[in-house]
Unconditional design. Sequence first.
Length: 265
Amino acid sequence: MAMNIGLILVIATVVMGVILLLDKLVFARKRSGKLPLVVDISRSVFPVVLIVLLIRSFIGEPFRIPSGSMMPTLLVGDFILVSKFSYGLRLPVTNTRILDTGSPERGDVAVFRYPVDDKTDFIKRIVAVPGDTVAYRNKTLYINGEPQPVELIGRYQGRGSGVNQTGSLHASENLTGVRHEILVDERRPDFPSPQCSFLAHGPVTVPEGNYFAVGDNRDNSNDSRCWGFVPDENLVGKATYIWMHFDPEMDGMPINWGRIGNAID
């Protein structure tokens, strides 16, 4: 994201905290009139900003899905809740892990900072964990040498912002026991460009402290197949629920009430 909201919250919390501390220790004793405006504002806003910072840093954070790379699991316009404690409690801004509460598992839908540009958040499915071997050929994902079974559902019918995916193969993939839906465009090559070629020359083994993440919309996703592994320190959290869906490209009602409250599998 262009704006680092976490950094803004930290700076605001520190500045208002210092103002209140200095006022209590120094200026309050000498004051006979009403509170200065900056102190009055800090007293009112500081608790709210502090609570938002703590919740956003250690409990959960909302995100909006901007692209179709995770269709059909997540649609453009989905607003999701990301659990910040699923992959370890981390300090805001630096993302330093301070408490180990878990690690990504195969099949998790995870938010992470894009390894190529850590100011941008990505969301993909973790398909391989440290020590796993990964390959992708003929539209099939191989984990530790085993092809992950896929059952055809039919042809996908997109709506709203996802209408351009109409006609893609709609299938169910069994990712080492985790079932989820994927889209495949059989008209496109496995690796459509030289810029998306990390996995094009054969299997790779995921090193310690890294993960392999792939979009469910297999032929419309910029993911680990293109640029490589996701380091542990880039993890933001696990996607858990859809709390709103708003797609202005949808005919009629832009809010899809049926998606609200759905768990992300």
